[in-house]
Design a protein around this ligand. Structure first.
Ligand SMILES: Nc1ncnc2c1ncn2[C@@H]1O[C@H](COP(=O)(O)OP(=O)(O)OP(=O)(O)O)[C@@H](O)[C@H]1O
Length: 793
């Protein structure tokens, strides 16, 4: 690249650069000693030829940017194709080179190589250290990170495996859509010799095993990142370039590998991630709206290199011989598709007049502001649990610092003794905080739209009816918008849509794929169980509850949490209820966020009522309020006059209805509160609902699905004195289960088998929801059975 072009590129810092098609190379390895040579694969110029096995007269041709046959040396591959790509990192660009192919095709040989035939990794690092640019007065610093993705978990290869959590490191994405791995080690290296030593040791940490097809088969995807950063004093900027060298694990046909159980599990993870890689390529080529990067860790990491902001090169490794025909055919077809992927390379330049290269963001997330980086640095230095700090030295005493693959918020690290101490709390980007901002964003979006509309109306000289006299108005009155029926209608629709977005969890969690949600949940459960084993119950509970956020319909998890709390006598503010249960009971899926929000509002209200017992104010539950059938008047009439248990005195929040999305009825978060003196006090939580929607007719109770109620714990026939853990067995809670009319749910009650559950269902269907458990006596339930229902099952 000419200096002029380089300057031009630098100016484009912060924006997507010019489009670069991903380069695809093909390399065929020589026949191994035990293989019988044949002519099944041939290469000429930039074309690979294979004979079609189905039709031997036909030759299939695949063209690539470059082809390397069995006689090609490691040196020629590096010099001809890899070195020119690596040169780009001196312009502040990122480059990714990854090897793809079936097991035993020569990927590890190409990337890692051997002592006699060093591969791309040692050659690249050597090249960087000997490059004349590195020897100029501009001071370059080089950092290395190396990690593997083994069975969908990320492990740092620069630290001993024993010191790592079995669930590995997480992958995160920042607000600028940069992927990073928090707490990954980045080590500064000052010479090739130092790197060689480090890399040699790290390779030993990699998961390899012997399979029938490869004696030293990689069981993981390995990613080595070399990062250089330098200070351009004349321009007051710091630049950073990175090269990622990736040795993907090879796809395997398990009928041929004859893998055992352990190898099969690895193979399953490898094949799955490669399958997702295929889907990503397919989606990119078809211009699909959703690219399934998130469906596997490997594709997530490759996100910037496949259709992202990194320059990309794929080396397709194939094994010669008829026996690999199917694999070769599939690999070549996949490679051909990948050629169409275009990346938009971006220069990583950081303007900072006062900073030196050692402070500035060689490893920071591209696009993150200085303040943010500074804050993170301070956080890390003050966070006593910071793993990176703990791991400041590796086994051999080398100083390390945390790094991320692609983007990384932890600036360089000299984890120094004289680091400035700050009081600031770690600012981890969590889902919860994102969800909070999501809600805030929604509100501000609506506000902005309304503001715009008002301005538009004013510019058209529109005067709202019924407003203050001309000349006295200080702007549009509060109801100015609603005066125009058309606008009012549109706003109502908009608000309804936003409300339904919240309702359908189109928040941050929705950005995660089901697989990712599942994996997150699994990781939390795993960690929770570990902590539980160690006796750290409270911490374990946090993880279990976190897991429920990702899999809100996993009932067993809720039950497990309950059991655990019960076992350890832990009383908490609320008892989570699985969304699936709510769904089964007839409501549309509601978000945890929404429920939490409603619960919080209602709880606040309860808290202000001094007449309520403390236990009644402890939290909220969702119960069902079956509005399907008519009230059980018949039963009630017959029970009239008989002595029934005393009325509940606890507060009951009723009618917190989560409406069906189909009919898009209003979200009427109205609630009634039964006070101890019997008079229901109406509490409206309907601020999220447009007035017009609230005023619309309520759905016909006969046709509508059962609605839901929020009910405060303690609102029981026992006068609300039960501890929170026992509240689920309060009369109201049991009634809610009964009134759901779902036999399976009813069978969770103590003493209820299939037959009784069916009886109850029939009864509820015919007579409508029960108001008291005693009503069950009408269908022949003895008092002892009814009492049992209140016991914990
Ligand atoms: N270009 C080459 N020249 C000489 N030997 C090669 C070449 N490519 C591969 N080999 C040899 O082939 C064997 C298998 O190669 P390698 O382990 O690199 O395969 P792989 O694709 O990484 O397999 P896996 O995915 O199972 O790890 C090794 O013994 C390696 O030395």
């Amino acid at each position: 690249m000419t200096p002029k072009a380089a300057t031009k590129r630098r100016r484009s810092s912060g924006k997507d650069g010019p489009a670069h098609r991903i380069k695809v190379l093909c390399r065929v390895r020589p026949f191994l000693k035990h293989e019988t040579p044949d002519n099944s694969v041939a290469m000429a110029d930039q074309t690979v030829k294979i004979v079609n096995q189905r039709n031997p007269d036909e030759v299939l041709l695949y063209s690539f940017d470059s082809c390397y046959d069995a006689s090609a040396s490691q040196q020629s591959l590096f010099q001809q194709d890899v070195r020119p790509l690596v040169d780009n990192i001196f312009q502040g660009l990122d480059a990714t080179i990854f090897c793809y192919g079936v097991t035993g095709a020569g990927k590890t040989h190409t990337v890692q190589g051997s002592t006699q035939q060093p591969g791309l990794v040692p050659r690249t690092v050597k090249y960087l250290f000997t490059n004349k640019r590195m020897r100029t007065k501009l001071r370059y610093t080089v950092h290395i990170s190396y990690y593997e993705i083994y069975k969908e978990a990320i492990f740092d290869l620069l630290v001993p495996r024993e010191s790592m959590s079995p669930s590995g490191l997480p992958i995160r994405e920042d607000g600028n859509k940069n992927i990073f791995i928090p707490n990954l080690t980045e080590q500064e290296v000052s010479s090739y010799a130092q790197f060689e030593q480090l890399f040699h040791r790290a390779c030993k940490n990699r998961s390899t095993a012997s399979t029938k097809l490869n004696l030293a088969s990689s069981r993981s995807h390995a990613i080595l990142t070399v990062q250089i950063s330098w200070r351009d004093v004349s321009r007051q900027t710091t630049l950073r370039g990175r090269v990622h060298l990736i040795d993907l694990a090879g796809s395997e046909d398990n009928r041929r590998t004859e893998n055992g159980k352990a190898r099969m599990a690895e193979s399953g993870a490898i094949n799955k991630s490669l399958f997702v890689l295929g889907q990503v390529v397919e989606a990119l080529n078809s211009g699909a709206h959703r690219i399934p990067y998130r469906d596997s860790k490997m594709t997530r990491i490759l996100q910037q290199s496949l259709g992202g902001q990194s320059l990309g090169m794929m080396i397709v490794n194939i094994a010669p011989g008829q026996q690999f025909y199917v694999e070769t055919y599939n690999t070549l077809n996949f490679a051909t598709k990948s050629k169409q992927i275009v990346n938009k390379a971006k220069v990583h330049e950081f303007h900072s007049p006062n900073a030196s290269t050692s402070d500035l963001p060689r490893n920071a997330v591209v696009g993150l502001g200085k303040a943010r980086r500074k804050s993170d640095r301070e956080d890390r230095m003050t966070d006593p649990t910071d793993r990176a700090t703990k791991r400041a030295r590796t086994a051999d005493g080398h100083q390390t610092r945390p790094l991320a693959h692609d983007a990384h918020r932890v600036p360089l690290g000299r984890v120094s003794a004289n680091a400035r101490v700050s009081d600031s709390k770690p600012q981890r980007r969590t889902l919860t905080s994102s969800r909070d901002t999501f809600d805030a964003e929604l509100e501000s979006r609506v506000e902005k739209i309304m503001e715009k509309k008002v301005k538009e109306l004013h510019s058209k000289g529109w005067q709202p009816t019924g407003t203050a006299k001309a000349g006295t108005s200080q702007g549009p009155p509060a109801n100015a918008i609603s005066a125009d029926p058309a606008i009012q209608h549109r706003l109502a629709m908009l608000e309804q849509r936003l409300a339904s977005q919240i309702q359908h969890n189109e928040g941050v969690l929705d950005l995660l794929s089901p697989t990712t949600k599942h994996k997150n949940a699994k990781a939390h459960v795993k960690r929770g169980k570990m902590l539980e084993k160690e006796g750290r119950v409270e911490e374990a509970l946090i993880h279990f509850e976190k897991a429920t956020e990702f899999v809100p319909d996993r009932e067993t998890l809720y039950q497990y949490i309950q059991k655990m709390k019960h076992k350890h006598g832990i009383v908490t503010d609320h008892v989570p209820i699985p969304v699936s249960r709510a769904n089964r009971l007839g409501a549309q899926p509601a978000t945890n966020a929404l429920l939490t929000k409603l619960a919080a509002v209602a709880k606040d209200d309860l808290a202000t009522d001094p007449s309520q017992p403390a236990s009644a104010q402890a939290g909220l539950f969702i119960t069902s309020r079956d509005s399907k059938g008519p009230p059980a008047r018949k039963v009630r009439r017959q029970l009239k006059g008989k002595a029934l248990p005393s009325q509940a005195t606890g507060p009951l929040l009723d009618q917190v209805a989560i409406p069906s999305a189909k009919s898009a009825p209003p979200i009427d978060f109205a609630a009634t509160q039964c006070t101890s003196n019997g008079g229901p006090a109406r509490l409206c939580l309907n601020s999220l609902t447009p007035q017009s929607a609230r005023d619309s007719p309520q759905p016909d109770p006969a046709s509508s699905k059962p609605a839901f109620s929020f009910m405060a714990p303690g609102a029981s026939g026992t006068g609300g004195t039960l501890p929170t853990t026992a509240v689920l067995r309060s009369e109201k809670a049991v009634l809610a289960i009964i009134n759901s009319g779902h036999p399976k749910l009813i069978m969770t009650l103590k003493g209820i088998g299939k037959k009784r559950a069916e009886q109850i269902k029939e009864f509820v269907n015919c007579e409508g929801p029960l108001e008291e458990l005693r009503e069950l006596a009408f269908i022949g339930f003895k008092e002892s059975v009814i009492k049992k229902l209140l016991e914990d099952s």
